[in-house]
Design a protein around this ligand. Sequence first.
Ligand code: FAD
Length: 464
Amino acid sequence: MNHSIDARGAVRKGLLGGAGDPGYERARSLWNAAIDRHPAVVACPAGARDVAAAVGHARARGLELAVRGGGHSASGASCVDGGMVIDLGARMTAVVVDPQTRRVRCGGGATMADLDAATQRRGLAVTGGTISHTGVGGLALGGGYGYLTQMAGLLVDNLVAAQVVLADGRVVRADADEHPDLLWALRGGGGNFGVVTEFEFNLHPVGPQVHVAMLFWELERCTPALQLARDVCAELPRDAGILIAGLNAAPAPFVPPEHQLAPGIAMILVGFGDAAAHDHRLAKVCARLTPAFEMVQDMPYVALQQMIDGAGPWGMHAYSKGLVLDDLTDDAIAVLADHLPRKSSPMSVLPIFPLGGAYADVPDDATALSTRRSARFNVSIDAIAPTPELMAIDREWVRGLWDALQPFARQGGEYVNFMSEYEPDRIRSAYGTKFDRLAAIKATYDPDNVFRGNANITPAQPTV
Ligand code: FAD
C-alpha cells in the first residue's frame, strides 16, 4: 500500500505504508521487544495536515488508531494489531529554540536527545527523561521526571502550549488563552485528547557543564545506602538533581572488575550550580558511607542525559509496575533489601525518582498529572531482559516486590507512564478526583474515544 492521503482524504504518494513498505518496520518497532504487533497500515506524517488526513482515513475505514512518539511505553500503547500507527517520530522531530523568550517548540515525535541537543546549544534545558532515546511525546503528556525535577519541575509543568489534531480532524492550539481546558488535560492526561503535533515548553539556564557523581554500594550495604539516599534527598537544594537505583553495576571501564555486573545501590548526584557546594555535598555523602566505587566528573549536560542510555537499550523484553511513596521509611527499605537480591536478570532495575523542590511548588490541581505533589518518591520496578523467558521470571519479581511495598505505598496517585498494564480501576485511582474532570474534557474533544491506545480515560456520558 504505497500511497498517502491529503487533508481531504485523497491519496498521494509517500505518507501511508503497509508491510514491506519503507517505514513499516520502523513504525511498528517498539522499545519493548515483548510487544510484537502488526498494524494494517502506518502513516508517516510530515505535519498537522497529514496527521488530520491520517486520522480521517483511519476513522472512515474503522481502523483502530495508535499514535507513536518515541515508542517507549512499556505497555506498547503506541502500536496496534490490524489498525493504523501514526508514526510521529519518522518526520516530525524538528526543534526550534527561541533564546529570547526561553521557549522551545518541538515536533510530536522528537526524542529527548533531539530536544536536549537543540536547547543546550543555547545553554538552556527543560526537565526530561533520564534516557535520551525516550520520546518527548509520552513524557510530556504523562509527566517527565528527570535530573531537573528539583530545579524546574516536570516536563508537564513546563508545557505552555501545544498544537493538537483532534479526533474530528480540526487542528487547534491549546494554551492559556485558547482551549485552556485542553492544555490542562494534556499536562498529565496522556494521549487521550488528540495527536500533539507540536509541543512548546519553557526553558531554564542549565550547564553546559554540570557536576556529576555516580556512587555505588554493594547489595550487602543496601539498607544503609538507601537510608543515606533518603537523607540526602531531604536536604537536596534546588540546584541539584538525584536519581537512586537498585541495579547491577555496568561493565564500564570506571567500574572495578570485582563490581562489574554485581548488584547494588547506585546514586547519581548532579550539581547544576556552584562546584564547591556540590563537592561539599559529595564529601558528606562519602564520609557517611564510603562507596564501593564512584565516578566523579564534570560533563556536558547532554552527556549526563545520555550517561545511562546503556541501562535501557532498545530490543529488550520488559515489564514495569510503578508506585509512589510518601517516605522511604526503614520498613519500606527492609522490603527493598529483601527483594532486590531476588531479581534474575542483571538488566532489571529499580529506579527511584525523589520528588521535591519545584515539583512540590505546583498546586495539585494545576495540571492533570496523576502523581500527587505531596508525594516524595516515584518508584518504577522494571523487569528488563534479553529473552522472553528471563523477563517472565523477573515479571514475577516485579509483581512480588510491588505487592510487598503496598503497605507503604500511596493508594492512588500512581504515575501512569510506569504502567505496563492499564487496568481501568488503577487508572481511575491514579487520577483520583481529577478523573471526572478529565472524562468531561475527553467527552468534549474525543467523544467517540478514538484515541484509546493509552492509559485510557473514557469520555463522560452526557447527562440527560
Ligand atoms: P510512546 O510509546 O510512543 O507513547 C506513549 C504514549 O503516549 C502512547 O499512548 C502514545 O500514543 C502517546 N503519545 C506519544 N506521543 C504523542 C503525541 N505527540 N501526541 C499524542 N499522543 C502521543 N519516564 C520518566 O518520567 N522519566 C524517565 O527518566 C523515564 N525513563 C525511561 C526510560 C526508558 C528506557 C523507558 C522505556 C521509559 C522511561 N520512562 C521515563 C517512562 C516514559 O515516560 C514512558 O515510557 C513514555 O510513555 C515514553 O514516551 P514515548 O513517546 O517514547 O512512548
